[in-house]
Design a protein around this ligand. Structure first.
Ligand code: HEC
Length: 284
């Protein structure tokens, strides 16, 4: 109800203020630049412009406690459900059984179960409802445009359980193992430290870091050509993971949640991978 009343108003505020045109349709489209690509197991199944999505599924104004902005924010957004059923076909129930990977323009890649992505509350934000063109995020003042994944329900404001990729570029249906086969410590026993370290790495690190050239590109590759355990002392790696800001003012978040055993497991995983190198980009 509230959104239905607010939107035309908002559109007018922006459109009427910005140009002489009195065609809200046209100016609305101009507001949403960019598009989202959808892939199923590697094959592109759709590329939908944000303007097109906004025409098909009238955006609502949603309000969310935003962990990046560290305040309550309002966004002009579309729920994820109709976007995914339009792009992939089928119904929400079937999509809930898939696993997804959401990728940002800079290579940040978040694996997420369909169950999580479609639990309700996930929206693709097309704009800030109060600051047209999105307010910048954090000290580095990055813009989340063109699209930003936000969660609107109570209990969905932790980035660990409900990641919010910004500058969203693609949404893929892909199993983790198929997408990142060379990050798996094959042959390691079920309950070994390396296997536990892999689970941790897949949950918290791979969105930014690649192993064997597979994974996110925001942080450095950690296995090839040299493994991190081949050129950094173990104590330093552990201290870095727990609090990178004591080394540099970089873009890696601290991980105060990780205990000593978690760090043992991560280091064991790095050791295991250092004997399983795979580098498609290696120069002979
Ligand atoms: C949001 C992105 C992000 C996440 C999540 C992240 N990192 Fe990083 N990491 C970075 C960036 C960027 C750097 C480069 C230096 C910096 O900016 O601090 C880095 C640097 C590192 C380094 C030091 C590399 C070197 O040679 O100096 C290690 C080790 C590391 N990360 C491990 C991890 C582990 C393990 C996790 C998961 C528990 C993790 N990172 C999660 C972004 C991330």
């Amino acid at each position: 109800m509230r959104a239905a009343v607010l939107l035309p108003l908002l559109a007018c505020l922006v459109a009427c203020g910005a140009s002489e045109s009195h065609e809200p349709e046209a100016s609305n489209e101009a507001r949403y630049e960019g598009s989202l690509v959808f892939r199923r197991h590697g094959d592109e199944v759709a590329s939908l412009s944000l303007a097109e999505l906004a025409r098909s599924f009238p955006p609502e104004v949603v309000s969310t406690e935003d962990p990046y902005y560290e305040t309550r924010k309002r966004f002009v957004a579309i729920p994820i459900e109709p976007i995914l059923t339009r792009a992939f076909g089928g119904d929400v129930e079937a999509l809930r059984r898939e696993s997804f990977v959401l990728k940002a323009l800079d290579g940040y890649a978040v694996p997420m179960s369909g169950e999580r992505l479609l639990e309700g509350g996930a929206h693709v934000a097309l704009d800030d409802a109060d600051v047209p063109g999105f307010a910048p995020i954090g000290p580095q003042r990055v813009s989340p445009a063109p699209a930003y994944l936000v969660w609107t329900r109570v209990g969905q404001s932790s980035l660990e359980t409900h990641p919010r990729p910004w500058q969203l570029a693609s949404i893929e249906i892909a199993s983790f193992e198929a997408l990142y086969p060379h990050t798996v410590p094959t042959g390691e026993p079920e309950d070994s430290p390396a296997t536990r370290g892999f689970a941790l790495f897949a949950g918290e690190c791979i969105r930014c870091h690649a192993i064997n050239r597979e994974g996110g590109r925001v942080g450095p590759e950690l296995n090839v050509p040299q493994s991190i355990v081949e050129y950094r002392p173990e104590a330093q790696i552990r201290a870095y993971i727990r609090n990178p800001l004591t080394f540099r003012y970089g873009a890696m978040p601290p991980h105060p949640n990780l205990g000593d055993r978690d760090l043992d497991d991560l280091v064991a995983y790095f050791h295991a991978m250092s004997t399983r190198k795979h580098d498609p980009d290696a120069t002979p």
